[in-house]
Design a protein around this ligand. Structure first.
Ligand code: HAM
Length: 434
């Protein structure tokens, strides 16, 4: 039986048209983050299982992790996120790295998820993180970078950053709801999963946690109160951090209303300790978060007595591409060949190669037919591959030491010496966008 041509469920083949868009997205992103002096890093696809077991969170570890035992009996996992690798790498060179550390990566990650709009099993997740520096200044910068990325794609007006603070939530859960540390974590998870599990299951979870009617009402009231009221009723470090963060973002010129307080943003991962945020598309086609991130104070402590705190975000390529599609922000498909150099007869190959070589040397993208053929057939091939120009030559041109340059978009043709061809093409390309 023939094998299927589809890729493994939840993963994608990147045919050249998709690869071109992926490249374009990541190039643009690199352009933005390197302007904030972020440096690129990467790590291995496999990590020891324990790296995630400690702090990544129960849902990813128990339900979504791809893991295996290697031939040497080591339990290893395919990375479902980048932050633990980042923490491991920073801890490994903690005394050498100048701070604040600003690093970014564009890893492919694997999670055993139910494939759906915006969520797949293999995805790429650009990550930006800052370790060190004043925590609130770093939180503000990381949110600014997130918005700047969306601006670079022309989509800033369609995103909203929803911010919360874990310290504020912990304060509210313990002081107002009377929960212990375990109950606080369980309620955090339940709120994080609320959209996913639905209202009925969410209410059942509250019941399991022993949250009675009056405390449920307190929770609802907290969610609908707005920042000023919440901060006044819950004076604590987390509320103060949020207040300062909003002020810092205002100083950085982040548009009023672009960043909003949303007490339902929890973030499912266990290592967040302070600011948490998610970036959403304001249009209803893309319901899931485009980015998620936050501050982690204790992650590096997994690797020794390290006190370095960090903040960062990850953004999925799947959601980003959906966003760009919905808002019509993807680039037009461009040509990948500037010039097609024909091969009329086998004995003409040395000339054809010389011409093709000189054009490549000049930086042009050149295609050759790899077979001998008549001009009609070869010109058709040139057009199918999207070439803008073709170089043709017959016996008469060879005798005169010239070639014919045909502009396939206008049909215009001119006879030039080989030395003149590159400049003529470059001039024409410069006057029309590629
Ligand atoms: P996360 O919330 O698990 O956080 O993922 C962040 C983003 O990655 C999500 O908002 C979404 O855009 C994308 N994403 C997650 N799962 C999938 C999936 N199955 N398919 C497509 N896209 C997906 C983290 O991973 C943190 N490590 C981020 C971070 C970096 N925090 C601090 N630094």
């Amino acid at each position: 039986m023939a094998l299927p041509t589809q890729p493994y469920k939840g993963s994608r083949d990147f045919y050249p048209d998709d690869m071109r868009i992926q490249r374009w997205m990541f190039d643009r992103l690199r352009h933005v983050v390197t302007r904030y002096s972020f440096q690129e890093y990467d790590g291995p696809l496999f990590e020891p299982f324990e790296l995630y077991a400690a702090k990544t969170g129960e849902e990813i570890v128990n339900q979504q992790l791809y893991w295996m035992v290697d031939r040497g009996d080591r339990k290893i996992a395919v990375r479902p996120e980048m932050t633990p690798t980042l923490a491991r790498m920073v801890a490994g060179k903690i005394h050498e790295l100048p701070r604040p550390i600003r690093w970014f990566a564009i890893p492919n990650l694997w999670r055993y998820e139910r494939p759906q709009r915006g969520r797949l099993r293999e995805f790429w997740q650009p990550n930006c993180d800052i370790l060190g520096g004043d925590p609130l200044l770093a939180d503000a910068e990381i949110i600014q970078v997130a918005l700047e990325i969306m601006r670079a794609f022309g989509g800033e007006q369609w995103v909203s950053v929803k911010v919360n603070n874990r310290r504020l939530m912990d304060h509210f859960f313990t002081k107002s709801m009377g929960l212990d540390a375990q109950g606080t974590l369980a309620l955090t998870k339940a709120i994080d999963a609320r959209d996913k599990i639905g209202e009925e299951k969410f209410q059942a979870r509250l019941q399991e946690l022993g949250i009675d009617e009056s405390r449920r009402a307190r929770l609802d009231q907290f969610f609908s109160a707005g920042f000023e009221k919440v901060a006044a009723e819950n004076p604590c470090e987390g509320a103060e951090e949020l207040r300062q963060l909003f002020e810092l973002l205002r100083q950085s010129g982040v548009a009023e209303g672009r960043v909003v307080f949303d007490p339902t943003v929890m973030r499912g991962l266990d290592y967040y300790t302070g600011t948490v945020f998610e970036v959403y598309d304001t249009s209803p086609e893309n319901r899931r978060a485009l980015f998620g991130g936050g501050r982690y104070d204790n992650l590096l402590a997994l690797f020794g007595n390290h006190k370095l705190s960090g903040v960062g975000f990850g953004m999925g390529d799947v959601g980003l591409r959906n966003f760009l599609e919905v808002h019509n922000l993807l680039p037009q498909p461009g040509s990948f060949t500037d010039v097609f150099v024909t091969l009329p007869r086998a004995q003409d190959r040395p000339v054809a190669e010389r011409v093709a070589g000189s054009l490549r040397e000049a930086g042009l993208r050149v295609m050759t037919p790899l077979e001998v053929g008549g001009f009609g057939v070869q010109l058709k091939q040139a057009t199918r591959h999207g070439a803008r120009f073709a170089v043709l030559f017959g016996e008469a041109e060879l005798a005169r030491g010239t070639v014919l340059l045909k502009d396939l978009s206008s049909g215009q043709q001119s006879e030039l010496s080989v030395a003149e061809v590159a400049t003529a093409i470059q001039k024409a390309l410069a006057s029309t966008p590629r």
